[in-house]
Design a protein around this ligand. Structure first.
Ligand code: ACO
Length: 390
């Protein structure tokens, strides 16, 4: 951290004065900098608390499907089945999960080996071109209000999953929940209720996580008043990188490359000796176990025992135990992605598809925060750089 003085003075027109010199701290990665106020979620890295609109995320995940939590994030109200406002929201959300034929054709025209996150990025841009009014109404407030884009992202992921697995074209069932829709794309037949419940649980845990890179990126784009399609493409692009949501793909790659728990322990020692980063470990804000990880570990253990995939869980657990002591000394613990990768795999996803599944959930948090910022007339983001040249 260093202090600098800039030759570009801050001008406060309300005070009618130039404030000189402008002084600021430079924090790599904006670490610890508060960039906005919010009522959407509360994240306390010290105690490991994560709550959406005041509700602890673990309780929400066990008791509420994703669509109810999306409603909570956006409206601030806990959804009650049968409440007219929530009923309308859910019907609109599900109704928006339909893609124009031209977008479906665009997805199908691509090489089927294209990375699914690339298809998702192209698909969101293409949907934006088809949205009536998105050309003129740049702030896109109608779209934010209707939350159409969340349904559209889910529909894109469902179709991308089906294209990736091959087989007949996906014919979405009208009125299906977003989790049912995406699982229908992923699986050969209709999803079972416990699969729907598991995807909803994963999505609830992934729905919002403060000002992480994807959400912050989308807030920057929103502060310029670009429409939601530019915004979500930008936010989800940040999610793709291997230090962020892309880590889920690396976790699964690692797990599937190992024969058993002994092999896992040997591989961890090799990776740490080589000073490599283990995917699914470490976090920008937590210096303690990620509060979402314990719940996922328990789910993964139960599910693998029930479905006969214990070896996969044992490999994951051996990695966690072997890496735990050396990494915890540096404040590095497993993050949400570690056991989530196991669970997404159990649901039928291959590694490259997992960031897309994550993307559906995070779109809800991004939409909630952008709406909140637009309602409060957020100022355009504009930090400065510390000049170190000649
Ligand atoms: N494996 C081994 N060592 C690690 C790991 C890891 N996964 N993560 C951090 N470290 C080490 C670093 O090498 C560093 O050691 P050093 O001081 O000797 O150089 C120390 O721990 C501190 O690391 P930072 O770079 O300060 O961690 P930072 O907070 O900047 O990065 C990040 C966080 C990017 C998540 C990092 O931990 C990482 O790359 N993890 C692996 C990828 C991953 O799982 N990302 C998902 C994050 S969660 C999410 O996005 C939902």
């Amino acid at each position: 951290m260093s202090t600098f003085h800039t030759a570009d003075p801050g001008f406060d027109w309300r005070a009618g004065e130039l404030r000189w010199p402008v002084t600021s701290d430079v924090r790599p990665g904006l670490s610890g900098v508060v960039a906005s106020g919010t009522r959407v979620s509360w994240l306390d890295p010290g105690s490991g608390t994560l709550a959406y609109r005041g509700h602890p995320v673990q309780l929400l995940a066990e008791a509420h499907p994703f669509e109810e939590v999306a409603y909570l994030l956006v409206s601030g109200e806990l959804a009650r089945d049968g409440a007219p406002a929530f009923g309308r929201f859910r019907a609109d959300l599900r109704g928006s999960a339909v893609l124009p034929d031209a977008v479906l054709a665009l997805l199908r025209e691509q090489d089927p080996t294209t990375h699914p996150t690339r298809l998702l990025r192209a698909g969101i841009s293409a949907v934006g071109c088809h949205e009536e009014g998105s050309g003129e109404e740049l702030s896109g407030e109608r779209h934010w209000r209707e939350l159409r884009i969340l349904g559209q992202v889910a529909a894109l992921v469902a179709h991308i999953a089906r294209i990736r697995r091959g087989g007949p074209e996906l014919r979405p069932v009208a009125g299906a929940s977003l989790a049912e829709l995406v699982l229908a794309g992923l699986l050969a037949g209709a999803p079972r209720p416990e699969q729907v419940e598991l995807l909803d649980l994963l999505w609830v845990l992934y729905a919002d996580h403060g000002m992480d890179a994807p959400t912050f990126t989308s807030m920057i784009v929103a502060s310029c008043r670009a429409d939601p399609y530019y915004n979500v493409v930008a936010g989800l692009s940040a999610l793709r990188g291997e230090r962020q949501g892309g880590a889920t793909e690396r976790v699964l790659e690692l797990l599937l490359s190992l024969d058993d728990a002994d092999h896992a322990r040997r591989r961890v020692r090799e990776l740490l000796r080589a000073n490599e980063r283990l995917p699914g470990f470490g976090h920008r804000v937590y210096r303690r176990p990620d509060p979402r990880a314990a719940l996922l570990r328990r789910r993964a253990s139960e599910l693998c025992a029930r479905l006969g995939c214990e070896p996969l869980f044992e490999i994951a657990h051996a990695i966690e135990q072997e890496a735990g002591p050396p990494l915890s000394r540096r404040g590095v613990f497993i993050n949400i992605n570690f056991y989530a990768a196991v669970l997404f795999h159990v649901l039928g996803a291959d590694g490259p598809l997992i960031p897309c599944l994550y993307a559906v959930a995070r779109t809800a948090g991004m939409v909630a925060r952008v709406r909140e910022a637009l309602e409060h007339g957020s100022r355009i983001y504009r930090p400065r750089s510390e000049y170190a040249g000649p």
